[in-house]
Design a protein around this ligand. Structure first.
Ligand SMILES: [Zn+2]
Length: 211
């Protein structure tokens, strides 16, 4: 039987037997995520932005290219309860922690959930150009073995966001990050198995691992 015709979970998109959604309750983070994505991206089974939306509560998608998307972005930027920033790994970047201390507000983190080539294009959109750029301080190896990345140090949306939440010392996050990470690992493994991919690298970094 064709693998694509197997019944899949509508959330994690794994075949039903492998579904990881049971006992997931989305964790509400103090920092908000505005997930810039596209309908095309969302349809891709290995998309990790969708996975992130199953696990985090304070997150809303904006579909780039959809009628009125720029207005949606503008109103997110205009919110007074958060400081808007954009997560992108190329220097120069600002220190997210410092921004929080200076403004006394949590962050509204814009995340580009697309291929790296597209992300670079989206970053230059006039409506996003003036956002403060933030990045990760640590650069662990990617644990996402499903799609070729443009460079070894690039992380998938899921890993980038969860690591950033950890670096920001997000309230309550340490107590859920281990479980979130475990689900992610399971999800990657299941998809890799489905595709007949062998994961040869052993992740050296684990959220919540002992120092
Ligand atoms: Zn599922």
């Amino acid at each position: 039987m064709d693998k694509s015709s197997k019944e899949r979970c509508i959330q994690c998109r794994l075949i039903i037997q492998d579904c990881i959604c049971r006992d997931i309750s989305a964790f509400w983070t103090e920092h908000k995520i505005t997930l810039l994505t596209s309908k095309r991206e969302e349809r891709i089974i290995s998309n990790t932005g969708r996975l992130l939306r199953c696990m985090l509560g304070n997150i809303s998608p904006v579909y780039v290219g959809k009628k009125g998307w720029e207005k949606e972005v503008e109103s997110e930027i205009a919110r007074t309860d958060y400081t808007p920033v954009i997560l992108f790994p190329t220097p120069p970047v600002c220190d997210g922690q410092k921004i929080i201390e200076e403004t006394g507000k949590p962050l509204n983190i814009f995340v580009l959930d697309t291929s790296w080539r597209n992300a670079r294009r989206w970053l230059r959109k006039p409506v996003l150009m003036h956002l403060k750029k933030v990045g990760l301080k640590t650069a662990p190896p990617s644990e996402y073995h499903l799609r070729k990345q443009a460079g070894g140090h690039y992380l998938c949306t899921f890993q980038a966001v969860t690591l950033f939440m950890t670096e920001l010392r997000t309230k309550g996050f340490p107590s859920v990050s281990f479980q979130i990470h475990e689900k992610f690992t399971l999800w990657v493994k299941s998809l890799a198995r489905e595709r007949g991919l062998k994961i040869t690298t052993t992740p050296s970094y684990q959220i919540g691992a002992n120092p």
